[in-house]
Design a protein around this ligand. Structure first.
Ligand code: GTP
Length: 329
């Protein structure tokens, strides 16, 4: 039992937001700022391939990945275990950190994640849930809120709402979105974060999580918060060690976005293109596809392309076949 008079619990921030909202972008911004905080990051991804870890800037931080399922259901036991291990390492001096940030999957319901800090006694004594930060994709939020229950839960549960991608909509649309968000959550202040740019003091050490307020919204919070994910949503991963032909993969991406954009909630990949010594990164939400050139493939690294697709009723086999035909044989 820890002595509450001499022990200061470690603050934990839950960073949530729907698929592609901009959580990793914000986290990268936080990790690369010179703010003097030592942060342990717990990353959770939906799907079997951990791509976000490769997209995160590695600094001094301790990054633990969990990608065997969604943090809010199947791997909550893992979360408890990881938090326990982090605490142990911190106590024996093998790890130094003053705070923890948990980035949830875009489909996570934050309630069971937050619940962990109240129902697991050891975790509740060692850690303090500082706040739930929800990143909202201003371009796609209205569609996501009306189609996906998880998106609504994430907004409802937030202690702070951060709007990303306001650069892609008009000021009138921003007002319309803020009005909608206010109806779901009147409590959380709303700020804008252009590519994750935000005042870190607005999101860390906010002591924002208020159990009483949550119990008002969700009286069952400390009881059973089991839930079902949207059944139609699936994710799959395509991997190949054969290089892609540049023109063919560009053509594939265009066709995929055109034909399935509406049902594609999120897609991202690190791709090896023939003749290119750098990784090529594809990222998208619905019709909005972006690509960028990443770091050099290391000399001893296997040049494997990994693409993760998350969506509704996607024709997996057709997509695999189309991707196969983009490879240089
Ligand atoms: N135009 C614009 N794009 C943004 C902004 N913030 C993030 N993005 C882009 O949105 C895409 C998704 O961003 P991520 O940070 O990977 O989103 P995420 O929430 O971590 O996504 P998942 O965890 O994979 O669901 C990337 O291509 C970002 O560059 C923004 O403010 N404006």
């Amino acid at each position: 039992m820890l002595d509450p008079n001499s022990f200061t619990p470690v603050p934990v921030t839950i960073l949530t937001g729907f698929l592609g909202a901009g959580k990793t972008t914000l986290l990268n911004r936080i990790l690369s700022e010179q703010h003097g905080h030592r942060i342990a990051v717990i990353e959770n991804e939906f799907g079997e391939a951990g791509i976000d870890n490769d997209l995160l800037i590695q600094g001094e931080e301790q990054i633990v990945e969990m990608n065997n399922g969604c943090i809010c259901c199947t791997v909550r036991g893992d979360l408890v275990r990881i938090l326990g291990e982090l605490a142990e390492k911190r106590e024996n001096g093998s790890l130094i950190f003053e705070r923890v940030i948990i980035e949830t999957t875009g489909l996570a319901d934050p309630a069971p994640v937050a619940q962990t800090f109240f129902v697991e006694q050891d975790i509740g004594e060692y850690y303090l849930l500082d706040g739930v930060i929800t990143v909202v994709d201003a371009k796609h939020a209205l569609k996501q809120l009306s189609e996906c229950h998880e998106a609504e839960e994430q907004v409802g549960f937030a202690d702070r709402l951060l709007l990303s991608k306001t650069d892609l909509i008009t000021p009138e649309e921003v007002i319309e979105l803020e009005t909608r968000l206010r109806l779901i959550n009147a409590r959380a202040p709303i700020a804008h974060a252009h590519f994750g740019e935000t005042d870190i003091s607005e999101i860390l050490d906010i002591r924002g999580f208020n159990l009483n307020a949550i119990l008002e919204i969700e009286p069952d919070f400390l009881g059973d918060v089991s839930h079902a994910h949207d059944a139609g949503i699936t994710s799959f991963v395509y991997r190949t060690e054969q290089a892609f032909d540049a023109a063919r993969i560009i053509g594939f991406m265009d066709v995929m976005v055109r034909d399935y954009g509406n049902d594609l909630l999120r897609y991202k990949g690190i791709v090896h293109i023939a003749g290119c010594d750098r990784k090529v990164i594809y990222q998208g939400v619905h019709m909005l596809l972006g690509d960028s050139i990443g770091e050099l493939w290391a000399a001893n690294e296997v040049r494997q392309s990994v693409l993760v697709l998350i969506g509704r009723n996607l024709p997996k086999q057709e997509i695999y076949t189309a991707l196969d035909s983009c490879r240089v044989i």
